[in-house]
Write a protein that binds this ligand. Structure first.
Ligand SMILES: [Zn+2]
Length: 410
């Protein structure tokens, strides 16, 4: 006779992340057809585990959490900027590096030149590194092409990664990342291109579910940002914003007016901006890797975000220039050490609220009916995930009810 469940995990310290940790001691979780079919205290199971499922896994008191969600990355790019990092430490200024063709433009050049296959192989390595530390869903932004062919190539590489790895990939179109060299004298003409040609194609070909803008003095101003938001909304796409990272431009309030899924960075957000995103239900995505790598001084106002009950998410911001960070677990630690989040807030920030930042339902928490994406950690308590620096306590990763092969996609 067919058993009630496909597989069941028993003896877990389970953090459902539904509200705070949502801890259940001596817990069990059962899976049927890739979704969570039962969860709770083991002694409430409707029968003996091996009568309920053919596959029974004894977690032996280890911690079981939702699969982690990295809700902000730029992991598809060619080349890297290690030589610039070295030059900066030898005392060469940003301006001089830019004059020598460095900075974001060097990544754009390399990414434009790279073949699909070269770009895929370089990016797969980074996606695998995230997977190996418990990430079952990743957001990937375009934005190192800044011309249609390359933006399209990046978004297609992202879709290919989703086919090759047991990860959900959410794609975001970030054509408005920076003004490409060829438009330096006519930035509005580039915004025309993004709004009139690129976003309609992205929507038509379903290449991304959201559109992001880098609103900053060195990138796009408020008016340009609003044009992109308006166009995205007209085409049925959600909006996100690289917001208030280096200065307070008012972009968080603007994003809130467009019901942005998230505003990201926020080192310089004002209280008015915080009130606006609290009202619109927009997630504040904090990116401690960039803060660390750039040795920023201003911290995001975490206490004010708390007071206004703004949901906070944490992400790697994996990118070659300002956050070459390949571990979401290290981002958790940094969120606690640098931004003073509690380990509970940090874990919620890479599960429940990271899902919200991507507009995803059915994942981010261990809840009946959600996708069976979860991780078993060699840890007795979930606080250990934010505690270690550079360890990887992952024991087992489950994606849609199936155990992920540790060499997946290799
Ligand atoms: Zn970013």
């Amino acid at each position: 006779m067919e058993k009630q469940f496909d597989a069941i995990w028993i003896n877990a310290v389970m953090a459902t992340c539904e509200q705070g940790y949502g801890l259940i001691q001596e817990a069990a979780i059962a899976v049927k057809e890739g979704t969570i079919a039962w969860l709770g205290a083991m002694n409430a199971l409707p029968g003996k585990p091996d009568a309920l499922a053919d596959q029974v896994y004894d977690v032996k008191g280890y911690c079981l959490t939702p699969g982690l969600i990295d809700c902000h990355t730029h992991l598809i790019y060619a080349g890297n900027r290690a030589s610039e990092f070295e030059m900066r430490l030898q005392g060469v200024s940003y301006e001089e590096i830019a004059r020598r063709g460095g900075g974001i433009q060097s990544t754009v050049r390399a990414t434009r030149q790279a073949s699909f296959e070269t770009l895929l192989q370089a990016s797969l390595k980074r996606a695998r590194a995230l997977l190996a530390s418990g990430v079952t869903t990743v957001e990937i932004k375009s934005g190192y092409g800044l011309d249609w062919d390359t933006e399209l190539k990046i978004l297609r590489v992202a879709k290919r990664i989703e086919e090759l790895l047991p990860m959900t990939v959410c794609t975001t179109f970030l054509g408005a990342h920076t003004i490409p060299v060829e438009y330096r004298e006519a930035p509005d003409a580039y915004v025309d291109l993004v709004c009139e040609e690129m976003i309609p194609k992205v929507a038509r070909e379903k290449l991304a579910s959201a559109v992001d803008v880098f609103c900053e003095k060195i990138a796009f101003n408020l008016q340009q940002t609003e044009r992109v938001f308006k166009t995205a909304k007209q085409h049925g796409l959600a909006v996100k914003c690289h917001s208030e990272q280096l200065s307070d431009s008012g972009s968080a309030s603007l994003a809130a007016a467009y019901q942005a899924l998230s505003v990201d960075h926020l080192e310089h957000i004002s209280e008015a901006g915080i009130k606006a995103i609290a009202q619109s239900g927009t997630v504040a995505v904090l990116l401690p890797g960039a803060y660390y790598f750039l040795r920023e001084k201003a911290q995001p106002p975490v206490e004010l975000l708390r007071q206004h009950r703004v949901p906070m998410a944490i992400a790697t911001d994996c990118n070659p220039g300002t956050s070459p960070l390949l571990s979401l677990l290290i981002a958790l630690n940094m969120a606690c050490t640098l931004f003073r989040l509690t380990p509970e807030e940090a874990l919620t920030g890479v599960t429940r609220y990271a899902a919200k930042a991507l507009g995803l339902h059915k994942q981010g928490t261990l809840t009946l009916g959600n996708y069976a994406d979860f991780a078993v950690w060699e840890a007795a308590h979930p606080a250990e995930l934010a505690y270690y620096i550079g360890g990887n306590p992952l024991r087992q990763l489950v994606k849609r009810g199936k155990i992920v092969d540790s060499k997946a996609g290799a």
